[in-house]
Design a protein around this ligand. Sequence first.
Ligand code: AOF
Ligand code: ZN
Length: 351
Amino acid sequence: MSDTDPHPQDTLMMRRALQLAELGRGSVSPNPMVGCVIAHEGRIIGEGWHRKYGGPHAEVNAVAAVEEKALLAESTAYVTLEPCAHFGKTPPCADLLIGHRLKRVVVCNVDTNPLVGGKGLAKLRAAGIAVETGLLEAEGRLLNRRFFTFMERKRPYVLLKWAETADGFIARADYSSKWISNAEARRLVHRWRAEEDAVLVGTNTALYDNPRLNVRDWTGDDPVRIVIDRFLRLPAGLHLFDQTQTTLCYNLLEDKANEYVQYVKLDEPEGFLPAMLDDLYRRKIASVLVEGGAGLLNALLAAGLWDEARVFRGPAAFGSGIAAPVLRGGVTAHKEEIGDNTLAVYYPGPF
Ligand code: AOF
Ligand code: ZN
């Protein structure tokens, strides 16, 4: 909070609402993370957040937490996302706030879901409630960048991840990649798998690394596994096809399915990646962690189909091998040391 902040109290309350929203991470996708604080004369009388996909929205939980409902008519609700105006899995939150005659509603981000898009704000205003928007807007956009990308670009948020050696290789010439990143970095990747809807690998990575793409070194739900196998050449014995986890296999040849593995035929050999992202959008997969290999990472980078890159750099040098992707024009957002590895996070531009 700065001295020049004209509304220090509002900013503090919205920061708290953003903290609450964050508690839904990993459980609400493809919905946004949303938090709500209800304050009466500067004192918080109720808090809530959207806890689970399909469950009650943040405002419902915050209103339920208020003991003295009579105070609501003299209170301000701080919500990180425009209250909804649609009958979805729950009745409209705008109606709930209107019903309790809240005095004022302060909103961080406008909802760009076409079902809501400004309608919630209009409804509140029409009911005579004082409404303000855009408080800590950049923080909220960053928090829900997966949801906003999904709604506005109609594709999942694409997160690239790779580990490179000090001399810029992601594997040896024979595709082996041990040991570039350290144990702590590898554990962090398991956490990331639990945080995203799906994890994607290309054909060579599936073949040479034979990854399981599950969450073993962290707690959380396993992601949907996605593999690209244009000509269905991957052997059935790979871990990816072991029927332990929902798996999508994008190809050019056929549609078929067994209990866990769904083979999806795309008719676009040229526009394969956009067609795949389009299909994932229709399946409501809001984020994809891409774990390699170099061919797939480079193709996504070249097509501009990425939203974030997380790059580990380890101390080993391979001398030769498969070159790491090169980011051009990326904005470094964050750098940290993880033991003897460095993790750098990049965005294609300001979000
Ligand atoms: C809110 N408060 O806490 C959330 C909102 O399928 P439903 O009924 O859960 O609706 C999902 C949509 O509602 C979602 O896409 C987004 O537009 C909005 N999410 N709205 O007022 C909340 N999570
Ligand atoms: Zn709602």
